[in-house]
Design a protein around this ligand. Structure first.
Ligand SMILES: Nc1ncnc2c1ncn2[C@@H]1O[C@H](COP(=O)(O)OP(=O)(O)OP(=O)(O)O)[C@@H](O)[C@H]1O
Length: 325
């Protein structure tokens, strides 16, 4: 689904972010991305490509000292220019995030109940009603005896159970948009599947928009309707999850697919051959050209813009060529 008829919850346009350290290239360069109500959207790419910086920008969080141009609209309002008070309200009610490592993002000395109810309480919900909502949410994420769980501390839970608590906490304020940044990377495979099942079920039931950040294309395809592929701070391809697997248009996407072992094969991931461009490099042409089997002289000379090829957005001079990876 492209979601054009549905309300757009997150609308990023021409987002360019430069780090304070003065790297050779911006960490994000002209990023555009949409998430509609009820839609699950993947953002996929190698480590360092800029996925986390993009998803955190939706909460108005930029690396310290970084400067940004472009717009990041959530429910129509630009988080880059809104007041601090509006931003706080937005983070409490409209956008929530599930982080990679639940133990690193949950206060170890506070009870689970305090964590799950804090957004509700800050929004003015009375204690008793907030507790009742928290119990329902813990039950919804599969925690048995939720009343007792509310009184327990994070160290009493396994990583997988704690990530369920994080999901409950993220959903407590009834957000319209959920950002999940590698939410299962720290978990074992079985727990990963359980947490993903819970996340996608609740997202579908509630009509929440989901931006799912991962380096794992297979996982993104299992979770998402539509996928953006990011390379060196730019979106290089966007299409439906099915379309991406059936016919990747960017050689980098094809490389990621070829490098991903099929689910259940037991093979370790191989990675795309070659080295990603660092922030100290700013190639004049396509940032992927040095790793690309299809690269032609024009690829090193001129940076390809995103364009539509058979309904697919792709930034590649050679997108019409067959890719046989
Ligand atoms: N606060 C920061 N200060 C300095 N550099 C940063 C900061 N945040 C991100 N970067 C740099 O920006 C680039 C993009 O980082 P980002 O975390 O968005 O990548 P990513 O695609 O999410 O990768 P990963 O999967 O490793 O998290 C990296 O080179 C990273 O080192």
């Amino acid at each position: 689904m492209t979601g054009t008829a549905r309300e757009t919850l997150l609308e990023i346009d021409d987002l360019t972010v430069r780090l304070a350290s003065g790297a050779a290239r911006p960490v994000l360069d002209g990023v555009a991305l949409r998430v509609a109500r009820g839609e699950s959207v993947g953002l996929v790419g190698e480590s360092g490509s800029g996925k986390s910086v993009t998803s955190r920008a939706a909460l108005g969080l930029l690396p310290a000292g970084a400067t940004a141009t472009g717009t990041v609209r959530v429910a129509g309002d630009d988080v880059l220019t809104m007041s601090a008070a509006r931003l706080r309200e937005l983070r409490r009610r409209e956008v929530a995030m599930v982080f990679q490592d639940p133990r690193a993002s949950i206060n170890p000395v506070r009870r689970i109940g305090d964590f799950v109810t804090e957004g509700l309480r800050a929004g003015g919900t009375p204690a008793r009603a907030a507790r009742a909502t928290a119990e329902e949410l813990l039950e919804a994420v599969g925690i048995t005896d939720p009343r007792r769980a509310l009184r327990r501390f994070p160290h009493e839970f396994s990583g997988g159970m704690l990530q369920r608590v994080m999901i409950a906490g993220a959903l407590a304020g009834g957000p319209r948009l959920l950002l999940a940044d590698e939410p299962t990377t720290a978990l074992d495979v079985t727990t990963q599947a359980e947490v993903i099942a819970i996340l996608t079920r609740l997202q579908a039931e509630r009509g929440t928009g989901l931006l799912f950040v991962t380096h794992d294309l297979d996982l993104a395809a299992a979770v998402c309707d539509r996928i953006y592929v990011m390379y060196a701070g730019r979106i290089v391809e966007e299409q439906t999850a099915e379309g991406l697997f059936a016919r990747p248009r960017h050689p980098y996407t094809a490389g990621l697919l070829a490098a991903t072992p099929r689910m259940g094969s037991g093979e370790p991931p191989r990675g795309v051959p070659g080295r990603p461009v660092s922030l100290a490099e700013n190639p004049e042409g396509c940032a992927f050209a040095a790793r690309c089997r299809l690269a032609a002289p024009e690829c090193a000379a001129e940076r390809p813009a995103l364009r539509l090829v058979d309904g697919v957005s792709v930034a590649c001079h050679r997108a019409e060529e067959p890719i046989h990876d």
